[in-house]
Design a protein around this ligand. Sequence first.
Ligand code: CA
Length: 223
Amino acid sequence: MKDRQQIVIVEDDVDIGKLLKLELEDAGFAVTHCDSGIRGLSAIREQNPDLVVLDLGLPDLGGAEIARRLRQTSEIPIIILTAADDVATKVEMLNSGADDYLAKPFHTEELLARIGVQLRHRSTGLVQTIGALTLDAARRQIFWEEQEVRLSPREFDLLVYLCHQPGRVYSRQEIEKNVWGEDLPPSSNVVDVHIANIRGKLRDAGGFGLIRTVRGVGYAIKS
Ligand code: CA
């Protein structure tokens, strides 16, 4: 196993490229900076990095074109940097197969956060995102934005169950059967108590309004 994750940055502005390289190296990545699209594409093909950061505006091959070519053969996470923040540019980037984009100017912390999200998504096929919520079933981890939310095993199972189908209302009885494995006494408020605990923990991480109460029926994840 590689000890450091590899990132290739393709950015023709050499000052920005060098600065990003230093900052990402500082964050623990092994980084290659290329100053043209052609050089970037061949470096990516040679090194097979864990993630690529592409500038949209390059003099030879633009970031969207590189993303399109990479997507023909690879599922590598791609983040595009762009000076434009308009709808047409966003659509072009998403159509090119990029996973995310960041409008310049941005803080390095923001790029690092996006990189972290993409790398986590690829670490397992069992990652689900609903708005700001990320569920990593294989690692049994939950994040709100970038912050981990520590749930008890039962709370985790309950939230995962509700997230199977965002928007669908799950009755208390369904929840009991599928999360607790049994019908609880009718007077039991154990589901409601667990929901309250999950909400409290999400709130501590800045997450509000994820779980909707459907009075007299049960709960749903807001879709
Ligand atoms: Ca540029």
